[in-house]
Design a protein. Structure first.
Length: 744
């Protein structure tokens, strides 16, 4: 055992901290018990589970991790010695509650700055340069890129006798940014190490600040207010059962780990068993969460990743990414049989005297014999009673499904979407109603949805942001020579992909005196959506109308962040259904998306085949644009792959990265200037497209040569240049400016 680890663990314990042993090089806790101690603890848990009627009692194990935090030297020294004997040098952590420590965990420099700004505003002291108590090493993804770094932990001691709230999850979103942990959570301490680096002491441990304590009290009270007490509001037996079983009691025995962090809604984030690029496998929503419906006294588990236990994956495939506690248990223990799960759990557990009330409506017709003494006697048999309850539960589940389907069908057919064919066809304008364009030159049409596609760094976000600002009246004039229709309804931008980069891009385009109107007409959602878009065709539209009342346009940046697996047709079809529902509610839709990566074997087709993912992603859209060029370059080419009218372009665009403006590149500043310069040097020489591309764009690759040839042909069309046609096997075509004499 490293003396450093041993000494650090003992110092922490003697300083009143509850020590948690962590797997070497990781953040996951390990069990400090010996094999014999662990077996005895497992036996106790299994005996309790068996007596409670748990069908999986034989698989249950004692709780480890923070539940086994060490608070006495004898146990700590014994555990460390046992690990050392097996060659294990653990990382170290402390459990916040028993350590009487509040920790603000910030993952990035941005979260750190936001928290320190909130600290400064709350106290009037200049705290923006305050270092974290512990600097954390950050985390890298599977490809070696940083997922977050430059973060750390700010520690605050809770004075003796000053007890913090015991209700709620023990973790909330911190003021400004990050997560605030005060109970049932753990954080790693120095000298723990991971592959990204070591944890280091870099700042001081302060006494809990009054404003921070008030913040905890306020948020804990809000959580308590939203948690029901007493009877479940609708009295449903499933809700009654679910309200008494926390998600932790279901997930932890299956190897899930509470990350100690809260999602945007304040509900805890869990990591599934196994290795993961991101610790955010699922969000276990709690009763009263504003992001989901919890009126029945329970809240769902929203699963973000495909790498989950088989039972959870099966549940997601059958019911979508948001699942209930009963659904999880049914797929884990009963192959998805909800009725069997309810019967096993004792849900809807009426006795034999309630036999008639348990029968489905209509199960007994008029004149049919009712409950007999023989029936009642049969039901005293536990096996018969259990089987009957299973059948009844299955019937009720099917009836609920049918009722929901009927309600949805009624809603769809009664909201004005069913119209006469004559009105439908003859009331449509003869010209295309354009969001962006005129006549038949339309880059985006009303009620059809459009997509801007391209590789990274080609200016997709820059272009669609300018469209939004023109639409909101914050920019004047045409965009790429075409008018954008003004609309005062708010735009909702889903900044799901690198929101800070999107913010910097928008910052170039507006001024501070436009802040008020910008706030009113454009709303930004930062980061991933708090629900599964593919779970329901109406989920996206319902949520958008709730968070942004009166929304007139949804812009998604980018499509890949809607759902994992967009190359799968079932995912693409689900997204298309969600987009069509948005459009059907007269909300316009703009999408930012990526092209497929080249495999080095097939060339680009300049068609919809270049768009990454399922064909369903573009099938329901009216217009698809692609930006083609090298990442970061000012000059890009716009191609119109799918059109509501005539093909627009191709257009050669120029991005002005300083102010965030895009314009059609002027041929007089590129190709024409090259011809003029050449004529001044040698009046007797015309130039080939290869020569022009090299002079105008600095290289003569295929894309640059094609761009030069298009601009040269435009000069010819405008009678500004003439061309000497080449021939196959002979000299190439050559161009020269009109009126400069004879050329060879």
């Amino acid at each position: 055992m490293s003396d450093t680890i041993r000494d650090a663990a003992l110092r922490a314990l003697r300083d009143g901290l509850a020590v948690v042993l962590i797997r070497p090089g990781q953040k996951a806790p390990l069990c400090p018990l010996s094999a014999a101690e662990g077996k005895r603890a497992d036996d106790v848990v299994r005996a309790e589970a068996r007596s409670a009627g748990d069908a999986r009692w034989g698989l249950r194990k004692h709780a480890c991790g923070l539940h086994c935090a060490l608070t006495d030297e004898t146990s700590l020294i014994s555990a460390l010695a046992r690990l050392a004997k097996n060659g294990v040098i653990p990382n170290l952590a402390i459990e916040t509650g028993r350590s009487r420590v509040v920790v603000v965990d910030v993952d990035t420099a941005a979260e750190k700055d936001a928290f320190l700004t909130a600290w400064t505003e709350a106290t009037g002291e200049h705290m923006t340069s305050e270092p974290p108590t512990v600097t954390s090493p950050g985390a890298k993804g599977a490809e070696g890129t940083w997922k977050h770094k430059d973060g750390g932990h700010y520690w605050f001691r809770v004075p003796e006798g000053d007890d913090l709230p015991t209700g709620g999850p023990g973790v909330i979103k911190a003021p400004g940014g990050g997560s605030l942990l005060w109970r049932d959570r753990y954080v790693l301490i120095p000298p723990s190490e991971r592959s990204e680096g070591a944890y280091r002491w870099t700042g001081e441990i302060r006494q809990l600040l009054p404003w921070l304590r008030e913040f905890i009290e306020k948020k804990a009270a809000e959580t308590a207010d939203r948690t029901p007490s007493g009877e479940i509001r609708n009295g449903d037996p499933v809700d009654d059962w679910a309200a008494g079983v926390p998600w932790a009691g279901i997930l932890a025995p299956d190897g899930w780990t509470d990350t100690g962090k809260a999602d945007n809604c304040g509900c805890p984030i869990w990591t599934a068993p196994g290795n993961h690029d991101s610790p955010k496998s699922a969000t276990a929503h709690e009763v009263g969460c504003t992001y989901c419906t919890t009126e029945g006294g329970q809240a769902p588990l929203h699963i973000w990743t495909d790498n989950v236990p088989e039972c959870a994956a099966d549940a997601v495939e059958a019911h979508g990414r948001s699942i209930s506690k009963l659904t999880y248990v049914a797929f884990r223990d009963h192959d998805g049989d909800m009725g069997e799960a309810m019967a096993e759990l004792g849900i809807d557990d009426e006795g034999p005297d309630d036999f008639a009330g348990m029968l489905p409506d209509g199960a007994q017709t008029e004149g049919a014999p009712g409950l007999t003494a023989e029936h009642a006697e049969w039901l005293t048999d536990k096996a018969v009673s259990k089987e009957f309850k299973k059948i009844t539960a299955q019937w009720k589940a099917q009836k609920i499904k049918n009722d929901l389907l009927a309600a949805q069908t009624s809603a769809i057919t009664n909201d004005g979407r069913l119209v006469g064919a004559g009105d439908f066809a003859l009331d449509e304008p003869e010209t295309i109603p354009a969001l962006w364009g005129e006549g038949d030159q339309v880059l985006a049409a009303e009620g059809e949805g459009f997509m801007i596609c391209g590789h990274q760094g080609t200016g997709k976000s820059t272009l669609i942001q300018q469209f939004v600002l023109h639409r909101a009246g914050l920019l004047d004039g045409p965009l790429l020579g075409l008018l954008v229709k003004r609309d005062d309804r708010p735009t909702l931008i889903l900044a799901m992909d690198r929101p800070r980069q999107i913010a910097r891009s928008l910052r170039r385009m507006v001024t501070d005196d436009q802040r008020e109107i910008f706030n009113a007409r454009v709303k930004i959602w930062k980061g991933p959506l708090p629900f599964d878009v593919t779970a329901s065709a109406t989920a996206l539209a319902d949520w958008a109308e709730k968070v942004c009342p009166g929304v007139g346009l949804i812009v998604a940046d980018s499509v890949k962040d809607f759902a994992p697996g967009i190359s799968k047709d079932e995912v693409g079809a689900a997204l298309n259904s969600a987009w069509q529902e948005v459009i059907a509610r007269e909300i316009e839709l703009g999408l930012v998306h990526h092209e497929r990566k080249s495999d080095g074997k097939s060339s680009r087709t300049h068609s919809l085949d270049d768009v990454y993912g399922s064909t369903w992603l573009t099938s329901g859209l009216g217009s698809v644009l692609v930006l083609d060029g090298n990442p970061g370059e000012a000059v890009q080419e716009l191609r119109h792959l799918k059109q509501p009218g005539a093909v627009v372009g191709p257009l050669t665009l120029r991005h002005d990265h300083r102010c965030g403006r895009t314009s059609i590149a002027s041929i007089t500043t590129d190709v024409k200037a090259v011809l003029e310069a050449n004529a001044a040097i040698d009046e007797g020489m015309a130039m080939s497209a290869v020569q022009v591309a090299q002079a105008a764009f600095g290289k003569a690759d295929t894309a640059e040569v094609q761009r030069a040839r298009r601009d040269l042909d435009r000069l010819v069309e405008n009678e500004l240049a003439e061309v000497i046609k080449g021939r196959r096997g002979g000299p190439p075509s050559r161009w020269y400016l009109t009126g400069l004499g004879d050329f060879r």
